[in-house]
Write a protein that binds this ligand. Structure first.
Ligand code: MEV
Length: 434
C-alpha cells in the first residue's frame, strides 16, 4: 500500500487508524488494540485529548509523580513532576528533605517582562524611519492595539514599550519593532503575537502613507528568549551542617561541590550535562503544570550562553563558613490560559501547588531545578551517579524481563545489598527462573 496519502486530516479518527495500521504495521489488529488500550474510557475526556492536537490516534502517557517536603520561602509544597526518567523524582524528594532541615529554599522573582518583535526591511533613509516611528506613529501602535490590550491593562499588564531597532549593521535593510510586554499570570504567547500582528498592520498602513521607500514586514513573533523574565532560587547553610555522610567531612563535601560547579562554569561539555540535570527538574514541573517546556528549554539554554560561551546555570561558594548555592534563570510561565483550565491533570497539579500565580510558579519551578542539580552534584561528588540511578532503574530492567510480583520482591531485596548492573539483574533473574 502507498505510504503517502492526501486528505489524511479530513479522515475520521478510526479511518486514520485504519490507514496507518494497514500501511505500516504487519499485525494491524494488535496495533489497533494497542492504540485503543491507551484511549480513555470516558469518551468526553478522550475527545478533549483528541482535540488538543491534530491527527490524534491515541494518548501517550508519561508518569506523573510528586516530590513532597519542599520548603520554599517558608511554605511547604508537594511538587508535581511529569517525567519518564527514573530517579529524577527520588532525587528531587531527597534534596527537598535535605534542605527542609536546613532552612529550605528561598526564591525571588527578579523581573517578568517578555519580548516580541516585528521583523521588517526598509530600503530608505534610516533617519526618516526614526522620525516617522518616534514622532509620528509610536502612539498609533498602542491605540490600534487597544482592543487586544484593554483587558490585560485592567489587570495591570499590557504593552510596556515599543522601540524601533536598526539592525542594518548585521543584515542589509533589516529593522525591528522590539516590544516589551507584561502578561501577568498568562504565559502570554497569544496576547503578544496578536499585539505584534496588529503592530505589523499599523506599520504597513502608516508607512504607505508617510514614507517614500519600500517597507516590508517579514514576520511578527514573540521571542522565547526572556532574559528579563528572571527568577532566582537559592539555598545556604553553615558548612558544618552540610553532610550526613560519616565518611565525608562537611568541609570536604562543600569544597568538592563548589569545585564541581566551577568545572561546569568553565567547561561547556560538562555545563551541558550539568544544565540537563537542572532541566530534569524544571521540565518535569513545567510539563505537569501544562506549560511549554520547549519554550522554556530554548530560553534557558540561550541564557546559559548569554556571555558568548555556554556555561553553568548554577553557582556555588563557601564564604565565612557558609555554603551557598544559587541559580538565576529566565522562565516564561503561565497559570491561566493554555492548557491550565483544560487538561484535568494540569488543573490537579495547579491545585496541588495551591493555585499559584505565574510568579509563584516561576519560584517553584526554579527551586525544582536547583534541587535537582544539588541532588545530582551530591551523588556525583560522593558515591557517583550510578549507585542511586541503577537502584531506581532496577524496576525498568525487571519490567523488561516481565518479572512477576514475587520475582520483583525477591530481587529488590537482593539488590538492597548488591550493586545493580544490567548484567547482574539478568543473571539473578535467570538464577531465580532456573
Ligand atoms: C541525568 O539525567 C542528569 C545528570 O547527568 C546531571 C549531571 O550530570 O549533573 C545526572
Amino acid at each position: 500500500m502507498a505510504k503517502t496519502i492526501t486528505g489524511f486530516s479530513k479522515l475520521s479518527k478510526s479511518e486514520k487508524i485504519d490507514w496507518l495500521v494497514n500501511t505500516y504495521f504487519t499485525n494491524s489488529e494488535s496495533t489497533k488494540s494497542l492504540l485503543k488500550q491507551y484511549w480513555n474510557a470516558d469518551e468526553k475526556l478522550q475527545q478533549l485529548h483528541d482535540e488538543f492536537i491534530e491527527n490524534t490516534i491515541t494518548n501517550y502517557y508519561l508518569p506523573l509523580g510528586v516530590a513532597p517536603n519542599f520548603l520554599i520561602n517558608n511554605s511547604v509544597y508537594t511538587i508535581p513532576m511529569a517525567i519518564e526518567e527514573s530517579s529524577v523524582v527520588a532525587a528531587a524528594s531527597k534534596a527537598a528533605k535535605f534542605w527542609f532541615d536546613r532552612g529550605g529554599f528561598k526564591a525571588q522573582v527578579i523581573s517578568t517582562q517578555k519580548i516580541g518583535q516585528v521583523h521588517f526591511t526598509y530600503d530608505g533613509d534610516s533617519e526618516d524611519l526614526d522620525v516617522f516611528f518616534n514622532h509620528v506613529i509610536k502612539q498609533t501602535f498602542l491605540d490600534d492595539a487597544k482592543h487586544i490590550t484593554k483587558n490585560m491593562e485592567k489587570r495591570g499588564g499590557g504593552i510596556v514599550d515599543i522601540e524601533l531597532r536598526n539592525k542594518t549593521n548585521v543584515l542589509d535593510n533589516y529593522y525591528q519593532l522590539h516590544a516589551t510586554f507584561e502578561t501577568l499570570d498568562a504565559m502570554g504567547a497569544n496576547f503578544i503575537n496578536s499585539c505584534l500582528e496588529q503592530f505589523a498592520i499599523t506599520l504597513k498602513r502608516e508607512a504607505s502613507k508617510s514614507l517614500n521607500a519600500n517597507l516590508n514586514v517579514v514576520m511578527s513573533i514573540l521571542s522565547n528568549y526572556v532574559p528579563n523574565c528572571l527568577v532566582r532560587a537559592e539555598v545556604s547553610c553553615p558548612v558544618e551542617k552540610l553532610t550526613e555522610n560519616p565518611n565525608v567531612s562537611a568541609q570536604e563535601f562543600a569544597e568538592k561541590f563548589v569545585q564541581a560547579v566551577a568545572i561546569a562554569e568553565v567547561e561547556p561539555f560538562r555545563a551541558v550535562t550539568h544544565n540537563k540535570g537542572i532541566m530534569n527538574g524544571i521540565d518535569a514541573v513545567v510539563l505537569a503544570t501544562g506549560n511549554d517546556f520547549r519554550a522554556v528549554e530554548a530560553g534557558v539554554h540561550a541564557y546559559a550562553s548569554r556571555n558568548g560561551k555556554y556555561t553553568s546555570l548554577t553557582h556555588a561558594e563557601i564564604k565565612n563558613g557558609t555554603f551557598s548555592f544559587w541559580m538565576e534563570i529566565p522562565l516564561a510561565l503561565g497559570t491561566v490560559g493554555g492548557l491550565t483550565k483544560l487538561h484535568p491533570l494540569v488543573k490537579l497539579a495547579l491545585e496541588l501547588l495551591g493555585e499559584p500565580s505565574a510568579k509563584e510558579l516561576m519560584q517553584i519551578v526554579a527551586v525544582a531545578g536547583l534541587a535537582q542539580n544539588f541532588a545530582a552534584l551530591r551523588s556525583l561528588t560522593t558515591t557517583g551517579i550510578q549507585e542511586g540511578h541503577m537502584k531506581m532503574h532496577l524496576m525498568n530492567i525487571l519490567n523488561q524481563f516481565e518479572a512477576t510480583s514475587e520475582e520483583k520482591t525477591k530481587l529488590v531485596e537482593h539488590f538492597k545489598t548488591n550493586t545493580v548492573t544490567h548484567g547482574a539483574v539478568v543473571s539473578e533473574i535467570e538464577k531465580l527462573r532456573r
